[in-house]
Design a protein around this ligand. Structure first.
Ligand code: UTP
Length: 415
């Protein structure tokens, strides 16, 4: 242990991060060891690079941006709809379909104490988001007479509480062997001077590396292998917080198959040109998403001959991937973006600081950066009121109140 400590000290000195051991003497033996081990896994060069990039003014990559064509589910002919549905159904019923829920986020805007999936939505009775998602998968299992495996991405921070929640709910009767958890990577948060933060427990202040971390995590934790062993070909990936996510969708699957695409995504039409959402597009001839921070007013307002927004297909984090695409994407890291956030930490004098304004950079990868690694992607526009009810904020737009209303209206209309 002493040798390890000396080695860590040396590394920290080289990288001007000596303060990371400030709380070391106050830690119990086991935590000391954990801290040293964590420091030894930090790629300081990477963190330095990310810090430098974060400080630079964001320059959007010069590239050719064009609209990406899409299919409107509502406007599909009866024949096409039936054809896609039949193709997709076949894959699902043959056990080639899996669902992945990304539940590694911190849910800071919602402010719920615990993993977001355990947040209870008032829908007649209080139901946790995980319960609502489980219900959707169970209905599909029944409909297609199959057991669809469910994979859940957690973070180091919420993994225990998430897995414990499922245990306490007896895996919703779906069988423990059919629900698998995997933990995404994390990266240290750094302050405005590039110093890695020490958290309230004296350890490294780490944060989950964004939903784009999913591919690397699936690879590292043997999830891709597990899927292949089960004969899975199509994987639907969505967030934990859209209670209307139609996660088992034969039409989307059929559309991908018919168009020979290794991925497909669902969109809802942007409610107005200024809505703060990312929209599907083509960048240098590859599928992509342009963020609301990147899009020019002119592009946001542009309409086609039918009066539809040219860039109006919002990315709602509901995407389908072929296993081959996931394997390919997982071979190389996605780029990281930085966000400036409030982060509690221990300063170099050993004082806990609770900032009132953002003070630290968090580094995150975005799942949609993976789209650019694909030749093409099939986009299907779906109805917002049928498939998109996000729980993001504690109140106002995209809050439990709006999501519960959308959910209840949907159930009522379905009857
Ligand atoms: P959001 O970007 O809305 O983040 O994630 P969030 O963590 O839920 O909420 P805020 O921004 O802190 O308020 C969209 C989806 O991606 C997942 C989230 O759990 C959510 O389902 N996600 C996000 C991850 O799984 N890991 C991450 O690192 C980030």
């Amino acid at each position: 242990m002493y040798k390890k400590y000396e080695k860590v000290k040396e590394i920290l000195k080289e990288n001007k991060q000596e303060h990371l051991l400030i709380w070391y003497d106050k830690l119990i033996e086991q935590k000391r060891e954990q801290l040293l081990d964590r420091i030894l896994t930090i790629d300081f060069e990477q963190i330095n690079e990310l810090y430098k990039q974060a400080k630079q003014k964001k320059d959007f990559k010069e590239c050719k941006v064009e609209p990406l064509s899409y299919i409107d589910k509502e406007k599909l002919s009866k024949e096409d709809k039936e054809k896609y549905e039949a193709e997709g159904k076949k894959e699902i019923a043959e056990g080639k379909y899996a669902v992945v829920t990304m539940a590694g986020g911190q849910g800071t805007r919602l402010g719920h104490n615990g993993p977001k999936g355990t947040f209870e939505l008032e829908v007649g009775e209080k139901k946790p988001l995980f319960t609502l998602l489980a219900q959707t998968i169970k209905e599909a299992n029944k409909k297609y007479n199959v057991t669809i495996p469910w994979y859940i991405m957690t973070s180091r921070e919420n993994n225990y509480k998430t897995t414990d929640f499922f245990k306490r709910h007896d895996y919703f009767g779906m069988g423990e062997e059919n629900i698998k958890f995997f933990i995404q990577n994390e990266l240290p948060m750094v302050d405005v001077k590039g110093k890695i933060l020490v958290d309230e427990a004296g350890m490294i202040k780490d944060a989950a590396d964004g939903h784009g971390g999913i591919f690397e995590a699936m690879n590292k934790d043997g999830i891709i292998k597990d899927m292949k062993k089960r004969g899975i070909k199509w994987i639907f990936i969505a967030g934990v917080d859209n209670v209307l996510a139609k996660m088992v969708d034969p039409i989307l699957t059929g559309l991908a198959i018919e168009n020979k695409c290794l991925a497909a995504g669902k969109s809802v039409v942007k409610s107005n040109p200024k809505e703060r959402v990312g929209v599907f597009c083509k960048k240098d001839n590859r599928p992509s998403v342009i963020e609301y921070t990147e899009i020019t007013d002119e592009m946001a307002e542009a309409r086609d001959e039918n009066g539809e927004l040219l860039y109006g297909e919002s990315h709602i984090l509901c995407n389908l991937f072929n296993i081959k695409a996931i394997e390919e994407i997982a071979k190389n890291k996605l780029p990281y973006h930085s966000a400036f956030k409030k982060a509690k930490y221990i300063d170099k004098n050993g004082v806990i600081v609770v900032p009132e304004v953002p003070n630290a950079y968090k580094f995150e990868a975005f799942i949609f950066d993976a789209f650019e690694r694909l030749d093409d992607m099939a986009i299907m526009r779906v109805k917002r009121e049928e498939e998109f009810a996000p729980v993001k904020n504690a109140e106002g737009v995209d809050s439990p109140e709006t999501a519960a209303k959308l959910y209840l209206d949907y159930i009522k209309n379905k009857k």
